[in-house]
Write a new protein. Structure first.
Length: 445
């Protein structure tokens, strides 16, 4: 049973309990095993204790990369997109945020809930897709072509009996609308200059997403596109948008813009490119944080989030306050306007709570303790676990050493993060370090 909620919810990691010592860090590349390859893709898998993840390399156009992923991950992708998500929809249909939908659709969904909860959820996702499809068609990354390629690749993999391409395309399109309904409460940090020993950028992204099937289907999706820059999405099979990602030039962190007011979530709507689509396009096509800001400024925005972006050109980090009505830019000297935290030179950070945060000690005290020594190792081993932030995954980007450290959670057969619903959270797991250039310079098959 999956117990995720389609609202912002705090996540608890048992600080210091799992593991007793600071989170260990292992070299990731040495633990990868090649599983398969095809014309435009290669599939690797990693198993280490309870850490299980696919690493998928894809080359070519959007359709070619989607097809390669589908061909290589056929059964696993199908299980996630059909079986796991159907169960998730069934469990969570009653939590659909009806207030964000028109009254006529609310009536249809309420009636469907009495008979078929899965179809009720699909009705909501279909509405979101229909409102945003024009913006998806204009997206530089060509997400619809990638989704169609994915469906064809899964069906052509031979791993799925009686594969229905049209039904699968619909399911993939709907799955990619989920982040427009789900509120993710996360943490981010960027530190550089006087805050780090070498002056280079350390960047944290901790994803708090709740229970659900997502974590056990985690994947490193490494794109080598014909257009734009090579990049990696820390995501899930069939999800072409991005919740966490990095390229050869920049990395992006994200969290919902939530307050303690009523309503807690900033006003928004469904006329625009989905937030995860904006993040994907920024990472694929932007070289600097200024490029990222200009890209976001020129888009028709839907729902309010904070986007944290750091780049290897400036070795600095800024937080974008991204919402339907406007877009603002925050650095060390003015981020306190959002958080109410005391400003720290060369550090920008936002904790997992609604903003301005009511927790004036946990993350600020950690920043103060490690100020001047905010290395990627110190941040990975000491921040998420103590902050109790990051259940699905955590990424720590080091643009001085050009590495990324990734921790992935796990859920048991009851859909919980272990018997106590804490042990399996990413903030209580080891980190696995990958060299960015090894990922992006991987030879084509």
């Amino acid at each position: 049973m999956f117990r995720a909620l389609l609202i912002a919810a705090g996540v608890v990691c048992a600080a210091g309990q799992y593991p007793v010592a600071p989170n260990p860090i292992y070299e990731g590349a040495s633990l990868l095993t090649q599983i398969n390859s095809t014309k435009n893709g290669m599939l690797y898998h990693m198993d280490k204790d309870r850490f299980h993840i696919d690493v998928v390399h894809m080359w070519g156009s959007a359709r070619e990369m989607g097809y390669a992923q589908g061909l290589l991950t056929g059964k696993r992708a199908y299980d996630f997109l059909v079986n796991a998500l159907d169960e998730f929809y069934r469990e969570q249909a009653a939590s659909i945020p009806l207030g964000d939908l028109p009254e006529w659709l609310q009536a249809i969904i309420k009636k469907e809930l009495e008979n078929d909860a899965v179809q009720a959820f699909h009705a909501a996702l279909a509405y979101v897709y229909d409102r945003e499809v024009l913006y998806l068609e204009r997206s530089e990354s060509r997400p619809i072509q990638e989704m169609e390629g994915l469906a064809q690749g899964i069906c052509d993999s031979g791993a799925v009996e009686n594969c229905d391409y049209n039904d699968l395309v619909k399911r993939i399109k709907h799955a990619n609308m989920l982040p427009e309904l789900i509120r993710m409460t996360c943490s981010m940090l960027g530190a550089w200059g006087t805050a780090t020993p070498n002056g280079k950028l350390t960047q944290l992204r901790a994803l708090d997403f709740g229970d659900g099937p997502f974590v056990n289907y985690s994947s490193l999706l490494v794109y080598h596109p014909d257009s734009g820059y090579p990049f990696t999405s820390i995501g899930f099979p069939g999800i072409v948008g991005m919740v966490t990602g990095f390229s050869t030039h920049l990395a992006l962190s994200e969290k919902v813009w939530e307050t303690y007011g009523n309503p807690s979530v900033q006003p928004g709507g469904y006329d625009g490119l989905p937030v995860v689509g904006v993040i994907r396009d920024i990472v694929q096509f932007s070289k600097t944080k200024e490029d990222a800001f200009n890209f976001a400024y020129d888009r028709t925005r839907t729902w309010a989030v904070f986007m944290g972006v750091g780049d290897d050109t400036s070795q600095e980090f800024r937080a974008m306050a991204y919402r339907q009505e406007d877009l603002h830019w925050y650095g060390p000297q003015n981020i306190s306007m959002i958080t109410n935290f005391t400003a720290v030179n060369d550090v920008v950070f936002i904790d997992k709570h609604p903003q301005p945060s009511h927790d004036h000690t946990t993350m600020p005290d950690l920043v103060k303790q490690w100020d001047g020594n905010l290395t990627s190792v110190n941040v990975a081993q000491n921040f998420p676990r103590v902050m109790m932030s990051g259940d699905v995954h955590i990424a720590v980007f080091d643009y001085g050493l050009r590495t990324v450290k990734v921790a992935i959670g796990w859920i048991n057969s009851q859909g919980a993060y272990g018997a106590d619903d804490k042990e399996g959270r990413a903030c209580n797991q080891p980190f696995f370090e990958f060299k960015m250039d090894d990922l992006f310079d991987h030879p084509r098959p």
